[in-house]
Design a binder for this molecule. Structure first.
Ligand code: FES
Length: 155
């Protein structure tokens, strides 16, 4: 056997190149096919926030859940929840217990503990959110569902 016969012929080299190109095209088509067949779903967090047991909120307390962007208030008439997002341009408001107001740090809007605007450029009160008790007795807040102000949950 001479040295020339051990080296791949030009024809074998083109065949191997062709097989490689077909394999690369197959992998590309498979990956596009997988992406095409995968459901085009946007996974968003649930709008339902679990605030835990009602007995941890004394009457008169205003509790802010920064992660959920809500206030949970235990007033004399019962529980209610409000969005903590300012109705002016959407900044996150903050409860000031010393002054007894909810204040927006962006343009100075202020709201009372029922979400009614008392000062600043906010055009609307803070929206009240649906609150109910789960079967396990936890307070649940639906951040996607507003209710008329004055709709209390009595426990
Ligand atoms: S965003 Fe709150 S006052 Fe402007």
């Amino acid at each position: 056997m001479d040295k020339l016969s051990e080296e791949p012929s030009r024809r074998e080299a083109f065949v191997k190149l062709g097989i490689g190109a077909v394999c690369a095209a197959g992998v590309g088509a498979a990956s596009f096919g997988y992406e095409f067949l995968s459901p085009n779903v946007l996974y968003e967090p649930s709008p339902i926030a679990n605030a835990g047991k009602p007995d941890q909120y004394p009457v008169g307390s205003v509790t802010q859940d920064l992660k959920a962007g809500i206030y949970l208030v235990h007033g004399p008439d019962g529980f209610y929840s409000m969005s903590a997002t300012c109705t002016h341009l959407g900044c996150l408001t903050k409860w000031n217990a010393d002054l007894g107001i909810i204040a927006c740090p962006c343009h100075g809007s202020k709201f009372n503990e029922r979400g009614v605007k008392v000062d600043g450029p906010a055009p609307r009160p803070l929206p009240w959110l649906k609150v109910w008790l789960s079967d396990e007795g936890d307070l649940l807040v639906d951040r996607a569902t507003t209710v008329p102000p004055g709709e209390f949950l009595r426990t």
